[in-house]
Design a binder for this molecule. Sequence first.
Ligand code: FAD
Ligand code: NAI
Length: 464
Amino acid sequence: MADYDLIVIGAGPGGYVAAIRAAQLGLKTACVESRDTLGGTCLNVGCIPSKALLHASELYEEAHSGALEKFGINLKGASLDLKAMMAEKEKAVGELTGGIEFLFKKNKVDWIKGHAAFESASSIIVDGKSYAAKNFIIAAGSSVTPLPGVEIDNSKGVVVDSTGALELSKVPEHLVVIGGGVIGLELGSVWRRLGAKVTVVEYLDQILPGMDGEIRKESAKIFKKQGFDIQTGTKVTGVAVKGKKAILSVEPAAGGEVSTIEADAVLVSIGRRPNTDGLALDKAGITPNNRGQIAIGHDFQTSVPGIYAIGDCVPGPMLAHKAEDEGIAAAEFIAGMTGIVNHDLIPGVVYTHPEIASIGLTEEEARERGAIKVGKFPFAANSRAKANRDTDGFVKVIAEADTDRVVGVHIISSLAGTLIAQATQAMEFGACSEDIAYTCHAHPTHAEALKEAAMAVQGKPIHM
Ligand code: FAD
Ligand code: NAI
């Protein structure tokens, strides 16, 4: 006899959303979570605390750096109370994780507290107690990828991962970030704004792998202008901790002369890997691939009928909104419906200043598939950005040459994360660049830059 119709393992954005959706659809549902609070990586130590600190540090930099003086606002003497900043971040996290607990109660989802491991394909064990279910969704998420030769110890605050970098007790004089990806640039931005010198050591020859080439180049230029020291084509071969200092050994990625960098804090952010080790997947008959990911079919079902997997522990981008949408779709499949996630249209946003946002194919990927037309429009020619004195960045729209169908949009702008939603929706509806160009956009808004970039696909923007 099954205790539940569905047990979800993990209460991150994938798992908690799947559990709520399943309960809404009438399934008797439980969710197992080993943390003290619900919400997974995203709410506890990921999206939410990082965005809280990005927002607060941006306010501090604006107030402290004299950037507001040109608007006639003189805030000389603005100072930092890091403890208060951290406390406000914790408050946001607490309100949101508590909110999930409320939603579980409201939707009658049972929270089984503890660590789940499979006993068989139809039961799990949590703290010595066995639970059987007709279906399972594995939503165990991911953790930081370790770097050989580098020992992370968040409690000491010298060599840390993203969780440690969200709670440093003081601003390091020199922070070295290993990995010029999303976490390195977001959390590097936080500490740079708060006063740290930040060096980014990136193995590849450019930061932000996977993004559109022009966007990568432009963002590196902007970050360097902000004071980031970006060392690309460089690898860290070891970190020695001496008291409160760290000495990094670095050398060119292709090998060569070793040099050292001294730092007060080191952030290891070289990617994340799925949390599939502690689940006893073999007892359920599932073998993860060589990257630790669980293979799934179009319906999110693993090779074992009745066991589904979603989010960071399956292939694809490791993003909260992707995990959420997969959670809803998997729950709908289990309830006998057809769940839908368009994996070709998962937006990605880097929440630096300016923000960097992408949807669909990069220009490089699009060119490989066939002839394209590209329209670009700079924020330097957008009236709202000009009025705000905030003109960094551009919009790029990529359309198929023969059909004019939009296949990619890439934006650098202080509002890129918000603007990308419009491009995503247009692409979801199969828009041509002309559809965007002939849609009336309110004036003066940053969104007009997207319209102008779409007009530029035909070579006819107005304001350029
Ligand atoms: P997770 O959120 O990792 O949740 C999995 C949960 O399962 C965890 O709480 C874990 O404790 C639990 N668990 C695992 N194994 C077991 C077990 N055996 N038994 C019981 N419980 C278990 N993404 C964005 O889209 N936007 C952002 O701005 C963003 N910012 C980020 C910032 C940082 C610093 C980090 C680290 C990540 C960020 N991400 C962001 C990525 C995002 O957090 C993840 O993609 C998302 O959390 C994945 O959701 P998930 O449900 O798959 O897994
Ligand atoms: P990442 O994959 O974005 O970047 C890792 C970087 O480290 C890459 O540029 C890679 O080339 C580099 N690297 C790898 N090994 C290295 C080495 N030995 N030395 C130097 N550089 C090395 O991974 P990151 O930043 O750790 O983030 C993990 C995941 O979290 C991302 O995939 C992202 O999906 C998610 N995330 C999303 C956010 C968002 O949506 N805004 C914010 C933060 C994280």
